[in-house]
Each structure stands twice: as structure tokens, then as C-alpha cells.
Design a protein around this ligand. Structure first.
Ligand code: ZN
Length: 136
């Protein structure tokens, strides 16, 4: 269990995103990709806009990225995210066009390009949310 309880829960059985959440429960970060031409399809799509294929799947990506941009919340917007906290937009090292929104406790010293690493927050049984932490 995580240190942060009562977090808002993602919808984990949506047809378009269930594979992402299922992989996260196994502590794997995956991105939708085309099985025909290998293009990443992020945000997840059920067809490939490049080659027109409907044969899509999930491909594991590396667990590292960097801060693209961020904002600091000085006023709490939800009890599970006490202020101050920092919302980050992370770009993956493997493909900087793939970006994820994440949450950092407090107000860490950040710069564009600050290295981060995924961590898996086990919110409740069967629900795991990929989050980010500063890389060592
Ligand atoms: Zn394709």
C-alpha cells in the first residue's frame, strides 16, 4: 500500500487504456504502439494514424525521463494532494514526444531537463499509478 491513501482512482477497465493500467500493476511502463509499423500511439489510440492499421498493442518503455515543465500548487485542490506539491510533465528518454503528467511531493528544485524515474504507486489492490521521482 502506498503512503498516500484515498487518491482519486483511474478508470482501469476502459477499452483504450486498460492495458496501460494492467501493466502498471506489474510495475511495467507501457505505451500503446502499432504492431504493423511500430509507431508509438500516445495518447492511446485504437488505430494507427501513420499506416492505418487497427493492429495495436502495448510496448514496454524505459523507466527514465526528464522534466519538460512543471507547476507548483500552493493551495490544496484535493485532500490526497496536500499543498504545496508539484505537478510535472515528464518526457520519456526513449521518445521525448511521449509525455506523462505526474505528481511530486513538496517543491523540489527543478529545471527543464531534470532527470526523473518512474515509480509505481500501489493505490489499492489492482490499481497502480505510475508516478515520478527525481533520479539519483
Ligand atoms: Zn502503424
Amino acid at each position: 500500500m502506498t503512503e498516500q491513501m484515498n487518491r482519486p482512482l483511474p478508470v482501469t477497465d476502459d477499452e483504450e487504456t486498460a492495458g496501460f493500467w494492467k501493466a502498471a500493476t506489474g510495475e511495467r511502463l507501457v505505451v500503446r504502439s502499432c504492431n504493423s509499423c511500430s509507431l508509438f500511439l500516445h495518447l492511446p489510440k485504437s488505430y494507427c494514424h501513420h499506416c492505418g492499421s487497427w493492429d495495436v498493442g502495448w510496448r514496454e518503455v524505459g523507466p527514465t525521463g526528464s522534466v519538460y515543465t512543471w507547476t507548483v500548487l500552493m493551495h490544496s485542490i484535493h485532500p490526497s494532494f496536500p499543498a504545496p506539491c508539484t505537478i510535472v510533465l515528464v518526457q520519456l528518454d526513449e521518445d521525448p514526444a511521449i509525455r506523462f503528467v505526474g505528481y511530486l511531493d513538496g517543491t523540489p528544485e527543478l529545471a527543464s531537463g531534470t532527470p526523473v524515474r518512474v515509480r509505481f504507486e500501489h493505490v489499492e489492490p489492482g490499481v497502480t499509478v505510475p508516478q515520478w521521482e527525481l533520479a539519483e
